[in-house]
Design a protein around this ligand. Structure first.
Ligand SMILES: Nc1nc(O)c(N)c(N[C@@H]2O[C@H](COP(=O)(O)O)[C@@H](O)[C@H]2O)n1
Ligand SMILES: [Zn+2]
Length: 375
């Protein structure tokens, strides 16, 4: 392939990725996918997947291109599907439309597809190429990929702290450590998650509701409407069912309680309860995540106190930390970020800081755990 062709492929794939990002708030449990159709150097059709049960990105782009799709090159961020799911196979639609070439960002890890989409196209005489801007294509769908590849959702832990690493005063007072721009960023993290998860301590102490609030998202009206059309499921980890049904958390809308005690007696007409294994009133968090993945949950945002967030961290269940840092000291009596007693520096978990940016007057640090073997 010529260098010129490689540059063009990357250029149009970048546009397909941009389209896919329009599905940031809505596609779950499906992946975010974008598609661009190019003929004679002109974009003749574009499409993206908006929500599960509705057409995939490719049929949307094919509809926009009409007869101009014949002989065209199709750029799609994820391998076209080859199976009958809630919608018919996109690979067949591309063959029928008579496209000449298909360039994919990455192979679909869904075992129902897993290379069969590209195979179907190649068998029909269509030229295929995969892996263009693959890192970017993967970054679009961390939850879908983790669920398909490992049977677990992608877990993002959001924390907000002072410059001296504290999250609340000893009294529990914490509103607000960070400013409005950071709080809007948190709202957007909630909106893009499939699940926002918290613990009984946070709900009991702070009256937390963990809802997405349109006015606080800081998005344009169209994107706000998309985000509000598919709010995340709010999940409460409550091993001993300590949170009463009249808590603001339950009054704020549908919620799922994950517990390890028999639930039926406690909540006869209350929220749905999921019982998973646990020990002494402590829910086994890995089992909770496996159960969520089995329900099609791609991305979990954990917004919890030091005890639950610390448990996720200690058990190696966190894929990414997003930590908002405010220019304040809260002092040594204030609460720590994570309950995680460590004695030796050698035991301190290593994180790689992958992004650092200002958000209003605060800073946002994104970090991922470095596996012990590679430290
Ligand atoms: N290539 C591609 N484009 C899209 O727009 C998609 N949403 C997908 N999704 C793949 O198909 C599965 C869902 O199928 P149904 O929506 O149930 O028909 C999903 O798991 C992906 O493998 N792929
Ligand atoms: Zn498809």
């Amino acid at each position: 392939m010529s260098n010129e062709q490689a540059v063009l492929d990357a250029h149009y794939m970048a546009r397909a990725l941009e389209l896919a990002r329009k599905g940031l708030y809505t596609t779950h449990p499906n992946p975010r996918v974008g598609c661009v159709i190019v003929r004679d150097g002109q974009i003749v059709g574009e499409g993206w997947h908006e929500r599960t049960g509705e057409p995939h990105a490719e049929p949307n782009a094919l509809r926009a291109a009409g007869s101009k799709a014949r002989g065209a090159t199709v750029y799609v961020t994820l391998e076209p599907c080859s199976h009958h799911g809630r919608t018919p196979p996109c690979a067949d639609a591309l063959v029928t439309a008579g496209v000449a070439r298909v360039v994919a960002g990455m192979q679909d890890p869904n075992p129902e597809v897993a290379g069969r989409g590209m195979q179907r196209l190649a068998q029909a005489g269509i030229e295929v190429r995969s892996g263009v801007l693959e890192a970017e294509a993967r970054a679009l769908n961390p939850g879908f990929l983790k669920r398909m590849e490992h049977g677990l959702p992608f877990v993002r832990v959001k924390l907000a702290m002072s410059l001296d690493g504290r999250t609340a005063m000893a009294s529990g007072e914490s509103q607000w450590i960070t400013g409005p721009a950071a709080r809007a960023a948190v709202q957007r993290l909630r909106a893009q998650a499939s699940v926002v998860l918290t613990g009984a301590d946070t709900v009991l102490a702070d009256g937390a509701r963990l809802t997405v609030r349109a006015a606080e998202l800081g998005l344009d009206p169209d994107t706000t409407a998309l985000a509000m059309s598919r709010p995340p499921l709010r999940v409460l980890i409550d091993g001993r069912l300590r949170v009463p049904l009249n808590a603001p958390f339950f009054k704020a809308g549908p919620a799922l309680v994950i517990t390890c005690v028999t639930a039926e007696k406690q909540f006869p007409r209350g929220p749905e309860c999921l019982v998973v294994p646990g020990v002494e009133g402590q829910v086994d968090l890995r089992s909770a995540l496996v159960a969520l993945a089995a329900r099609g949950v791609n991305e979990v945002l954990v917004e919890a106190g030091p005890s639950l967030a610390g448990a996720f961290a200690q058990q190696g269940l966190v894929d990414e930390y997003v930590i908002f840092v405010a220019g304040k000291f809260l002092g040594s009596a204030a609460r720590p970020l994570l309950d995680w007693p460590l004695e030796k520096l050698a035991d301190a978990p290593q994180l790689k800081i992958t992004d650092l940016r200002a958000v209003g007057d605060d800073w946002r640090v994104t970090a991922i755990p470095v596996p012990a073997a590679s430290v």
